[in-house]
Design a protein around this ligand. Structure first.
Ligand code: ADP
Ligand code: ZN
Length: 760
């Protein structure tokens, strides 16, 4: 509905927690719509803001400026998405203008240029947006299902159409030789209809995938599918409570198959689906499975797609031409029409949390978006977050279980190797212990493949000066530099700093520097030496990105590699059937983080990497090396005991009043001088301490304290945590602090993070 008033409310992308009133110029009277992008004057600048709605009583006593012009006719956000984003901005106490800018696709180039020119934009200067790169495709759809059919090809085509209703000629070609003639014949009988449509080009769909049926769901899958489908429907109103689900199933139990069935039904009902995955670059197989089931009616939102392709994907969803959106956390903002189902795969994954700018948690927001849209939401994981388990305990999520692997393979056996009791292995290195070495040799002799997981890239994670003992640190961050041999560099993994390996010690100016610890680069070299006949490759951020990952995994699948060494990248949901051995080189690494979730994250990581073993015909085996075999994350990962881990960890959290038994808000301050940062956080802490909710004990203030990484990119960092079981009280204090922050805190920068994940 166009806005009839003389004034509109506009969200402007500035770091201010408010919106602004603008006058509607005569040429745009009655033409503005909520969600449209408009050019507005702001101070001496011109900015692209978003129309939110009408203003009936414009503020008195200030000069109200007028909107300069429209930057695109079609609203960028429809009412469902706009309403959701407004609520998200309120929840995270983040400026709405910045939220909308973060959620919107890039502006078309003509709009950017118009914004740069001075003066008012004429009404004729509105923009349709960039041109879509498209190709013409012939679609065939079903008109009537019975008639007299002649020949096997006609019958095959009609069978396909009765299942899928509509297929492109390209898809038909994969099933039927030379389908055009058959289509023409059936069209003549009035059984099918054809139509040429312009379809956006997407490089992701370069190679065709054969359509496939998928297995018949087993009993547990069917129970889960039925439960979810019973709440799926085109309701205009809010979804009934209980329309959100936690689908807990061990790796390989067939969760993806459940998603596929639910989405298939949603499509039959004319509804669309949104699937969020941790990292789209690491899930080419998942995307391929969706394409194999649904054809090319899918928009992939991939950060590595060019701006143009991303824009195409956005538009095909906005116009309802694509009805499935798949992407990483920012796909949460995909303009899916008639949203019927939202799925968050691997919901426990930390990458769903955006850690700068608009800090949101895509899992929490997926629940909100689905709820507002009347859609069902499914959170899937083998190792659900304790937050989601708690929601299930409180019946806010319906807990569904898949207890066995779908293909009836057993979960792999996990052996724990206590590194403190083992001497150096045959290579002379402790981290390639005797048992791991022997298991690797056996695996290779039997023609199996192995994955070795080590969460440190580079050759050695730290370097010490042999003369003065100084650990070489980054000059801008309080972090040790990592040695990279092939690149001949010492690098900081937090900023872009690097220096050549042969430069002298930063403290005393002497040489040499001793390499400490083990990184993936060194592990790869060790394996080359120990198993010269084996084909070894490494997968980490230094060796692969985007399509590179796919290429390496493809080589594993094709049997061109024997051992894959890597960081977290190797732990994700890859299905590599010939992998029979998984080695976790050092399980303790992620336990050492100064973070109350360190144990939970370790358990998740160990379970996930263990799940890579034995997915094919042959049973899998996992060797887990650690110095802390009795630590709960390690001990329970050994027995695949999620419940046992969960109970023990919940008790810990309850005792220390950490989430999910309380909520947190983090206030972070950084400045170029430590003094300025200390002063700013001190002032915020003082405001917090005076707040009645804090004085009366409903909200705790933890800190202020220097952050564990006290200096990052040459800025000193301090923080303050608010904690409370009472969410309303917590928000009250947080809002007061944010108002104080907005009033200015000297030369320091400050930000708030509701429900923080990153504790560094
Ligand atoms: P998850 O997502 O839980 O890891 P997947 O859905 O990827 O599990 O299933 C693991 C493997 O089992 C896949 O190869 C899949 O095709 C297969 N699978 C899933 N469901 C069934 C079923 N009902 N019968 C036979 N195989 C199945
Ligand atoms: Zn650095």
């Amino acid at each position: 509905m166009p806005i009839p008033t003389a004034h509109v409310d506009v969200a402007v992308p500035v770091p201010l927690r408010q919106t602004f009133t603008y006058a509607v110029p005569p040429e745009l009277a009655g033409a503005l719509l909520p969600g449209q992008r408009v050019a507005v004057p702001f101070g001496r600048r011109k900015l692209a803001g978003f129309v939110l709605g009408p203003v009936l009583e414009p503020p008195q006593g200030t000069r109200i400026k007028a909107v300069l012009g429209l930057l695109g006719h079609d609203p960028v956000f429809d009412s469902e998405l706009l309403g959701f984003l407004l609520e998200a901005a309120r929840y995270y106490l983040h400026p709405i203008g910045e939220v909308l800018r973060a959620a919107a696709p890039a502006m078309p180039r003509e709009a950017v240029e118009a914004l740069r020119r001075s003066g008012r934009l004429g009404a004729q200067e509105t923009f349709k947006g960039g041109q879509l790169r498209t190709r013409s495709i012939l679609y065939v759809s079903l008109v009537a299902s019975d008639g007299n059919l002649r020949g096997a090809r006609q019958r095959a085509l009609m069978t396909l159409l009765s299942e899928r209703n509509e297929l492109s000629i390209d898809e038909l070609r994969r099933h039927i030789k030379d389908p055009r003639g058959v289509v023409r014949a059936l069209e003549g009988k009035g059984l099918v209809r054809t139509e040429i449509r312009e379809v956006p080009e997407n490089p992701f769909f370069a190679s065709p995938v054969a359509l496939e049926e998928g297995p018949t769901p087993n009993e547990e899958q069917q129970i889960a599918i039925d439960a979810i489908l019973s709440r799926l429907g085109p309701t205009a109103s809010r979804a009934p409570v209980g329309a959100s689900f936690l689908l807990q199933g061990v790796t390989g139990s067939g969760k993806t198959e459940v998603y596929l069935r639910v989405i298939a039904r949603a499509r039959e009902l004319g509804l669309s689906a949104l699937l969020l995955v941790p990292e789209i670059a690491l899930t080419p197989q998942l995307v391929a499975r969706f394409r194999a089931r649904f054809g090319d009616d899918i928009a992939i939102l991939h950060s590595e797609l060019g701006e143009r392709a991303r824009d195409d994907a956005w538009r095909s969803l906005r116009q309802g031409r694509a009805r499935i959106a798949i992407g990483a956390r920012s796909a949460l903002f995909a303009p899916v029409q008639r949203l019927g189902v939202v799925i968050v795969d691997e919901e426990h994954d930390g990458s769903f949390k955006q850690e700068d700018g608009f800090r949101y948690h895509a899992r929490d927001m997926a629940l909100l978006r689905a709820h507002r849209a009347g859609a069902v939401c499914v959170l899937g994981s083998a190792t659900p977050s304790l937050e989601s388990v708690t929601l299930a305990h409180h019946n806010r999520l319906t807990h569904l279980h898949l207890r066995a692997r779908a293909t009836r393979q057993a979960l792999p056996e996990v052996e724990v190797v206590d590194l403190s009791r083992h001497r150096n292995g045959p290579t002379g290195h402790r981290l390639l212990s005797g048992p791991l070495f022997v298991a690797l040799r056996t695996c290779l002799e039997e023609g199996g493949q192995a994955i070795l997981f080590l969460n440190r890239r580079g050759f050695s994670p730290a370097l010490r000066c042999e003369t003065c003992g100084e650990i070489q640190e980054c000059p801008a961050c309080s972090v040790s530099l990592t040695g990279h041999r092939k690149m001949r560099l010492l690098r900081c993994h937090y900023c872009d700093f690097s220096r050549p390996t042969d430069t002298p010690c930063g403290a005393c100016g002497r040489r040499p520097l001793l390499e400490l610890g083990l990184g993936t680069e060194q592990l790869e070299a060790m394996l080359h030496e120990a198993f010269p006949a084996a084909r070894v490759a490494r997968l980490d951020r230094d060796t692969a990105s985007g399509r590179g990952v796919e290429a390496v995994l493809e080589r594993v699948r094709n049997g061109q590699l024997d051992v894959l060494v890597g960081t977290q990248m190797v732990t994700k949901g890859h299905d590599l059937p010939n992998v029979t051995l998984v080695g976790v080189v050092l399980a303790d690494q992620s336990l050492a983080f100064p973070d109350f979730r360190a144990s939970e994250r370790t358990f998740q990581l160990l379970s996930q990497v263990a799940g890579r073993a034995g997915r094919g015909e042959r049973p899998g085996r996992v060797i887990l090396q650690t110095y802390q075999p009795t630590q709960p994350a390690v001990a329970h990962a050994r027995t695949h005991d999620f419940e046992g881990f969960c109970d023990q960890e919940m008790a810990e959290r309850r005792a220390h009043r950490y989430p999910p038994f309380a909520r947190l808000a983090a206030l972070r301050v950084d400045a170029t001088s430590d003094q300025a940062a200390r002063r700013a956080i001190g002032a915020l802490a003082a405001v917090a301490e005076r707040h009645p909710e804090v004085r009366e004990g409903r909200v705790d203030v933890l800190g202020p304290a220097p952050a564990p990484i006290a200096r990052l990119r040459a800025r000193y960092r301090h923080r303050l945590l608010l904690r409370s079981a009472d969410r309303v009280a917590l928000r009250r204090v947080a809002r007061t602090l944010v108002t104080h922050m907005d009033g200015g805190i000297g030369p320091a920068r400050a930000s708030i993070d509701m429900d923080p994940v990153n504790m560094l």
